[in-house]
Structures are given as structure tokens and as C-alpha cells.
Design a protein. Sequence first.
Length: 418
Amino acid sequence: MKVLIVGSGGREHAIAWKVSQSNLVDKIYIAPGNGGTDKEEKCENVNLENNVDVLNFAKDNKIDLTIVGPETPLVDGIVDMFREHNLKIFGPSKIAAALEGSKSFSKDFMKKYGVKTAEYEVFEDVNKALEYLNECPYPTVVKADGLAAGKGVVICANKEEAEAAINDFMVKDIFAGAGLRIVIEEFLEGVEASILSITDGKTIIPFISSKDHKQIYDNDKGPNTGGMGVIAPNFYCSEEVLESFNKEILETTLKGIQTENMDYIGTIFFGIMITKKGVYLLEYNVRMGDPETQGVLSLMESDYVELILKAIDKELEGYTVKWKDAHACCVTAVSKGYPGSYEKGFEIKGIENVDCKVFVAGAKEKDGKLLTSGGRVLNIVAVGETLDKAREIAYREIEKVNFDGIYYRRDIGVKKSL
Ligand code: AMP
Ligand code: GLY
């Protein structure tokens, strides 16, 4: 098979690496990829700019399977375009992708099908939203309806902060349209887990659980980032938690997908909050997480391409995904200044000495050198028999890489008391 992977981050590098291990695959293109993706076996980067270019490339090169990494092409309807041309693609249709693309759509879906989630109200009128702030409890959570590159959620300690967020989203329109409709949501206190899964629209198979570390500094301090590191499995996901998740979130979601005839084939990433009152769904993502993928696929024993083909053929029922009996720890090295502004173009040294997997997130090759090109630069992923072992390896190995201004959290996978 010839496979095309869309995207350019550490997630796509991990997908390319996993796909390259499949005996079903001869050749992999990554559009546009990065300075790490084209170093994997069978892999080649191709510089394609938009969904139409990707479609034309797939047609011209007789691509057998396209896998979409990020949410934007999915929300823009790349899957519908491919299906119209009878090309095989893994991902949800535009309608199903709205489960991530519109928070009001996804909250209404959750409510309609009894998926356990925080209480919420939707507003399109700024005055009504401001009025609601007089009656809602604090802290409260203000969310932009549309995609906002991970910046569309503000936890507001009091009315003034909520007013400022509403003003930014609805009046100043800082997300260029994506914040004109907002969701104001009950604040939930607890610990988070990421549960990636695969669905063919009839069955959802959850993957091994994982835990992102969103804030930039140790002890979950500072602003949110795309994700500073991951462990899998997530130590907060006890059997009891997973049972509640299955019953109150996964099964109700599947019922909704079927009742709405969404014909959902692809990844569902459940972002959950484990609280004293039970397990709640914070959000759906319609793609794999970054850096969750780097940790989770490192533990997957099954052939990912075979699994994807089963989903596309709607044959997931009864399929068992095999996992290593081990733990993964992924530490993300970022540029100085991230998630704010940062400089690029620094040479990365020492990767060749690292004794575990390194996925490139934001780096490009130039004149034989690997140069930083993004906020998140590298993911160092170690697998060990225990979490402690995986942590030990990841932190030992990350010391061997360096670039100007390198920063990473030192507490990925450290369990805190609840
Ligand atoms: P979302 O994009 O909805 O996952 O929100 C991004 C992050 O904001 C989540 O990972 C949580 O850390 C936080 N968050 C979202 N909704 C809530 C909520 N209702 N209560 C507390 N924290 C939340
Ligand atoms: N790491 C969180 C996300 O991919 O949304």
C-alpha cells in the first residue's frame, strides 16, 4: 500500500513511525511532514498546502490510504472530498468533525444523548452572556465555540475575569469569528485523562489511557500549552474510572453517533475529568492527541494500519487491539518563550546519541542540520516496565540533546495527591 499522512507535528511523526512498521505498507508520504518524518523507513515528505492539493496528490499518486493528523482539515471537510472521489481516507466526515469544531454542537450532542458533562449555556448575544454572569457560580469556564488553536478556553475566577474573556471573544473577536458564539460552563475540579479511541460508527474501541501535562511549568503552573509531556497508561484511570467512562461516556456517545447517522469512521479522543462526583466528558477531539499519540502508539503492539482498515471496513466489532505490558513516558522539549513568542532556527545537537525514540515536533532540516522551527521541538519517548523506569530513561536521554534555549518540564509522570 501507499499511505499518505497529513500533518507536520510530533503526532504525525509518531503515526508515520508506527505505519512504517506495518507489513501492509510499501511507501509513506507525509504532507508536509517535518525534519524527522522523512528519516523513517519508507517515508518521504511532500509539500502540499491545502485540502485540494492533498486530494490531487492522492489521485495522481494512487494513494491507497490517507490518514489525517490535525483537526483543521477534518473540520473543513477533507474526508467528504476524498469520499466523493472514492479515495480511502481515515477520519470523520465534516458533520461528525463538528464534535470538535463546535463546542455548542458537541455540548448539545452530549446533553441529548446523556453523555455525562458539565452544565452549560450557549450565547450568541454578548449582553445576554454578560447578564448570565450575575447568576453563575465561580469559578466559571468561558469557551469559544470554534477552533482557537487550544487558546479558546478561559477558567475565570470571578465576574471581572469572565467579562474580560467574553469581551475578548465576542467584541474584540480575537479568534476571527471562532469566539462570536460562546459556551459558559460549570467548573469541574479533578484530574484529567485523555482516552483516544477508534470507531467505525458501530463500535468504539478505547486505547490505553494517557495523561497530558498542559501547563508550561512544573506542578501545573503557568499558561497552557499544546502539551508538555505524556504518560501512558494514566495512573488516575482505575478500573472503576474506566467502568464509569465506558458506561456514562463511551456507550452514550456511540448511541448518539448511531442515532444521528453520523457514519463516524476515525479517531475519537475523549478528554475527561475525574472528579469526586464522577467522571465527566470535557470535550471530544476528532483526531489523535499531541503528544498523547507519541506515548500511546509507542505501546501499541497491533498493526495500526490493519486496525484502521478494519475501521474503514466497519469490522471493528470483536477486534482486539494488543498493547505492550509496559509504560510510556514522553517529555517534550520546547523553545524558550513558548507558548508565547519564541525564536527559531537553532541547531539541534545530540539526537544521534539518544537511546530511546525521538519524535520531531517542530524542526526542519537545512544543509544537513536539524534546526528548530516551532514551539514544541522534540518528543523524547521512553518505554519501561514501570512508570518509574520509563521516566528515568526519558529524563536520562533528554539530557543528551541540546539547542539554544531548550526547556522541558521535570515532573512529567509525577503523581500528585488529589
Ligand atoms: P477543552 O478544550 O474543552 O478540553 O478545554 C481545555 C482545558 O481547559 C481542559 O483540558 C481543562 O484543563 C480545562 N477545562 C475545560 N473545561 C473545563 C471545566 N468545565 N472545568 C474545569 N476545567 C476545564
Ligand atoms: N494534547 C492535547 C491535544 O492534543 O488536544
